[in-house]
Design a protein around this ligand. Sequence first.
Ligand code: NAD
Length: 318
Amino acid sequence: MPEYRSIAFLGLGHMGTPMAANLVKAGHRVAGFDVVPAARDAARAAGIPVSGSPREAVAGADVVLTMFPSGEHVLAAYQGIDGEPGLLAAAAPGTVFLDCSTINVAEAREAAALTGAAGHTFVDAPVSGGVVGAGAGTLTFMVGAPAAGFADILPLLEVMGKRVVHCGDHGAGQAAKICNNLILGVSMIAVSEAFVLGEELGLSHQALFDVASAASGQCWALTTNCPVPGPVPGSPANRDYLPGFAGSLMAKDLNLAVNALRSTGVAGRLGPLAAEIYDTFTAEGGASRDFSAIITDIRARSEQERGAAPAHHDGSPE
Ligand code: NAD
């Protein structure tokens, strides 16, 4: 007999809504909330009971799950802003605070300390697998918590994911996530550069996909989130790069990775370059496009550079 839990689910965005819907389908009691009214409406339409306020959602919950954009959002919601009491004060003693957002390792540890001081427990459990994985209940969870906290929350995570890895104590889940997304950001840029180069060399998208997806270029950025329309029907490229995983979130994650590289003294070079590329992409209109739209940026820059290239003596471009 499964143990049904009462979950306040805060942050009903691209990821939160399908994750919360899976908890509802599995029979758990869910009280959702988002600060954006349109997100609340979309969540209701997806069958998620939505509360009138965060306090109302948290009343009676034994798990408070947050799926927010960043660590600042998490810490502000826990502690409260503008004199308003936060979630830590609103929750019953002994509540599990389960944060699935991608945030800094230090912020996760701060959240754990604040939570403990308020008489609750904390688990950091960021995810990988994107919106498709959230909908299908096939996310990978990277968990930072003491062993007892991990065992307690495991059945709930197994509803939303197919793989749950206990990475260590508080903050270890975020450490794993930041390392993973360093790989993802760099690999999406590499896959996109390869497609643009293939275009110029006369290769069809399908031919390059068929080769690389079965060869050593194989990676998630290619086979699940393919940046060109066609080869992977579910990828955001087929719907004008509607996220998915927004460019602003990739820029955020890469900057978390850069901070971690700096603070640990690791001499990474591609991470900082990828962060710079996504910062520019975000500043120039890519913030709310899927991060795979970086390919459109590479094409545009190629055009610009060709236009700026000095001509040969015979008049042909350099
Ligand atoms: P999103 O912006 O679509 O959703 C976040 C939601 O949180 C928004 O609807 C926002 O209104 C809400 N919110 C912010 N502050 C709130 C508060 N105090 N109370 C209630 N609601 C609040 O973002 P997303 O794509 O769902 O991503 C969420 C997190 O998951 C991010 O940290 C992201 O890095 C991570 N992530 C995203 C993906 C992806 O593919 N989108 C994949 C893995 C991890």
